[in-house]
Design a protein around this ligand. Structure first.
Ligand SMILES: [Fe+2]
Ligand SMILES: [Fe+2]
Length: 277
């Protein structure tokens, strides 16, 4: 299975770039499953339902969230009607929506996508490790589902790495989100799980993690609330990761970064299309 994961879409420039790139990336890379993180799509804060609709129409199969899940309050009601939008699994019991979704591909293959949030330098939540272990115990990689993708939304690289090693061999991909800067540590772990500690954002990198740099820097200089942060609106770099898995085992055969457009150095996996199943 070929999987594309795009990191946090920040503001209009990020979501427009991702929506424009998705059809091309799906075709050029022969993508079977596309997952995007939408927690910052709405002006940097949250995801509006109509933006989710646009992203699904562009080719996203599943949209994950994070600490900004409820910044657009309409999503609280919407998420119960749209199972393809998932919020962190380890939010308190009774939280609307779900933390995972099983996508059924056009050819019938099933892929489990899970969104979970770290706790280091983040809001206190239920244990992401134990919560994930319990959720994953209901599925068998290479059996009930052909692939398992985990978006681990966290600040600390240590927590992301610890999580990935803990589930090495149990899932196809652990990809970090939330820092908005792509890491260069993409690899296949010894047990066969693909890992990248952060996918990076889809947004304008002439910014402070996607927000206009002047206002963001002023907060550090003055320690005053200042103006409300707003997204930088230059050309976005679409950042993410490409993974190819073996359907028999669900384990990764290949992981490569994707960086398209904008200011960052460009990289695109070389793929001889097609290769479904
Ligand atoms: Fe984010
Ligand atoms: Fe976040």
């Amino acid at each position: 299975m070929r999987i594309l994961f795009l990191g946090d879409l920040v503001g209009r420039t990020g979501r427009d770039a991702a929506a424009a790139a998705l059809p091309r990336l799906r075709a050029d890379l022969g993508i079977d499953l596309a997952v995007v993180n939408g927690e910052n799509a709405s002006h940097g804060f949250g995801l509006a339902p109509e933006m989710a609709t646009t992203l699904f129409a562009a080719g996203a199969d599943v949209i994950t969230l994070g600490n900004h899940a409820w910044d657009r309050k309409e999503l609280v009601g919407y998420i119960g009607t749209e199972p393809r939008v998932i919020r962190p699994l380890n939010f308190p019991p009774g939280t609307p929506g779900a933390g995972m979704f099983v996508a059924v591909l056009a050819d019938g293959r099933r892929a489990l996508v899970l969104n979970v949030m770290g706790r280091l330098f983040m809001d206190p939540l239920d244990c992401p490790f134990r919560t994930s272990a319990e959720a994953l115990s209901k599925y068998r990689l290479g059996g009930t589902v052909a692939a398992i993708v985990v978006d681990f939304h966290a600040e600390a690289t240590s927590e992301k790495m610890a999580f990935a090693h803990s589930f090495d061999g149990d899932v196809s991909l652990v990809v970090g989100t939330h820092t908005h800067a792509p890491s260069a540590d993409h690899q296949i772990l010894p047990g066969g799980t693909a890992f990248m500690s952060d996918a990076g954002m889809c947004g304008d990198y002439d910014s402070v993690i996607g927000m206009a740099k002047e206002g963001a820097a002023a907060r550090f200089w003055k320690k005053l609330p200042g103006e409300r942060l707003h997204p930088a609106d230059g050309e976005a770099t679409v950042c993410g990761v490409f993974v190819e898995t073996d359907d028999a085992t669900g384990l990764a055969r290949r992981i490569e970064p994707v960086r398209l457009g904008g200011r960052l150095s460009q990289t695109m996996p070389r793929v001889a299309v097609p290769a479904t199943a």
